[in-house]
Ligand binder design. Sequence first.
Ligand code: ATP
Ligand code: MG
Length: 430
Amino acid sequence: MSQTLQAVRGMNDILPEQAELWEHFEEAIRDWLRSYGYRPIRMPVVESTPLFSRAIGSVTDIVEKEMYSFEDSLNGEQLTLRPEGTASCVRAAIQHNMLYDGPKRLWYMGPMFRHERPQKGRYRQFHQVGVEALGFCGPDIDAEQIAMCARLWDDLGLTGLRLEINSLGQPNERAQHRTRLVSYFEEHRDQLDSDSLRRLVTNPLRILDSKNPVMHALVEAAPNLGDHLGDESKRHFESVQQTLRDLAIPYRINPRLVRGLDYYNLTVFEWITDDLGAQGTVCAGGRYDGLIQQLGGKPAPACGFAMGMERLIALWSDQGNRIASAAPDAYIVHQGQAAERFAFQVAERLRSSGFAVHMHVGGGSFKSQMRRADASMAPVALIIGDDEVSADQVAVKPLRAIANGDAPPQQFQVALPNLADALGDFLYSE
Ligand code: ATP
Ligand code: MG
């Protein structure tokens, strides 16, 4: 017997019950983005590999060890399944000259791929909502993006998310800090793990991002980037904070927050929960003023963030939230050939009035059809037999009490032309 085929490790099926929850989330997210003036953009899932090594930085976790890269066997091109969306979004904006008439607020949603060790909240195919404001330079857009996250948590009923922010300053400020950081870590070379020893040469700032507990004390005592910020950078950071205070959004400055991607400068932020174990960051982002130029576009500032859908949905469910079941408004039960033909017409008629109708298919006894009707959770069964066909009527059988928990009302007959109105009255009356 052949072996049963399984999904690839770390890449999950999202089964109907979960998928309905995803749709609920996606709808809330679309409404939320629209209310801040963001417009959708859809980029391909596969891009040429150098896009990511150039954008994300060649000594980041993503580029060093997490990318699904392969050679196109037909033309030898180096390709990668996107590990994140910012690089693609910026590439698309440059390619289509989207900033020619001013800044743009853009968003996208979709699968991302990273070859990581699968565990709760960490998968190899996962989904992000990415939000990018291209061409905006002021701290106002940074603050607005942080504030919009706070609003989404509120819209979704999520609690317990805390905000951490930091400023990475400008490249020249980082260079000064880097020099001090390197001498500090050189002095404590014997305490560095192998990853950090490598980063000491390639990207010392990233040592601050180390998740190795052994390194914790050393990292805590390292020189602060904040001490190297110039006046401009300080003003920018202060202005972001002022808006957060004005909007009563609590935050904590975390001087170790450096983010795992190289393209950030000035404001960076993360939204973190303690309810998901080690994978507690549900949303992360910041300013990336150099990226557009770095990828070959006309210099333009930008700011963005990405949320992990799996982590958001897990948190939402863990916090006891549920969505209403996706029951149809009515289930149609029918017996006999003429009744079936009539039932099809009834079903279409109701759907064109906006009702969700589950038509029984596959035959079976009246009793077994009624069992299905019950299992569908529809509030009513519409019963059609020969008598109904000849009278141009439908029998409406309430299956459950609508609002008040009393026993369901008695079955009643409705003439076909009045059915949509009668069903509406029945479903929406208190
Ligand atoms: P982490 O430190 O958890 O690896 P990251 O810094 O690599 O996160 P980003 O690249 O900033 O993550 O991605 C933004 C968000 O996408 C994260 O905050 C998280 O919610 C989500 N995310 C990132 N990687 C994964 C993954 N492998 N599985 C599920 N969600 C992920
Ligand atoms: Mg990561």
